[in-house]
Design a binder for this molecule. Sequence first.
Ligand SMILES: Cc1cc2nc3c(=O)[nH]c(=O)nc-3n(C[C@H](O)[C@H](O)[C@H](O)COP(=O)(O)O)c2cc1C
Length: 227
Amino acid sequence: MSLDQAVNSRNSVRAFRSDPVSKELLTKVLETASRAPSGTNTQPWQVYVLQGEKRVKLINEVCKVHDALALNPELAKEYPSSYNYYPTQWVSPYLDRRRENGWSLYSLLGIQRGEKHKMHVQHQRNFEFFGAPVGLIFTMHKDLGTGAFIDYGMFLQTLMLAAQANGLATCPQGAWVSFAKIVMPLIGAGPDELLVCGMSLGYADQQAVVNSLRPPREKVESFTRWV
Ligand SMILES: Cc1cc2nc3c(=O)[nH]c(=O)nc-3n(C[C@H](O)[C@H](O)[C@H](O)COP(=O)(O)O)c2cc1C
């Protein structure tokens, strides 16, 4: 697969087959990801690979709290995000794109406005790693600078493209930052670590309608100034 093919065929997959992924293949993908550049070669990434029992335990613990939060939103105070992945105050056009993305997903799944329970169930799929046999949690040292997030993004995209080129599918997941309080001790992360995001990884369920989502992109002219 050429790089262009990997980039253009990759999409966020939200339904996976249960087939396991070999440790050998995971290691190969992680090795390729580690070729990502980083400022002064700091390589800020720390990866936790969850399969089997640990994955199930994490899913159970987080889904229990996610359900409790739906019944009592006040509880959210007890689960602060590891960092502000999203802005506290949304501005246009980002809010519009975010909304369009959300509604495209819901309409594919037949979820109408106001169907809060169905939305909750769909959001909960995040915390089930969308059925993927491999859950990845990414952390970095808390004392690193903002630039480390740039480095991290490069690592994550390289990992997703390497996965794609090896027949695997992924979904990067910021959703996990809301549950750092549960995730970090469970994976054995230390107090100096910050939860950056999670990722579902496995073989895509090609039949699942949710995987047909192909969010559009702005045209080059709209984000480029030839000065
Ligand atoms: C850092 C990051 C965090 C994301 N978090 C989530 C998430 O929590 N749940 C989810 O379903 N998708 C998540 N996404 C996927 C985006 O919604 C997706 O990349 C975007 O809509 C473009 O679609 P595509 O990846 O299929 O091209 C995330 C993507 C990135 C890069």
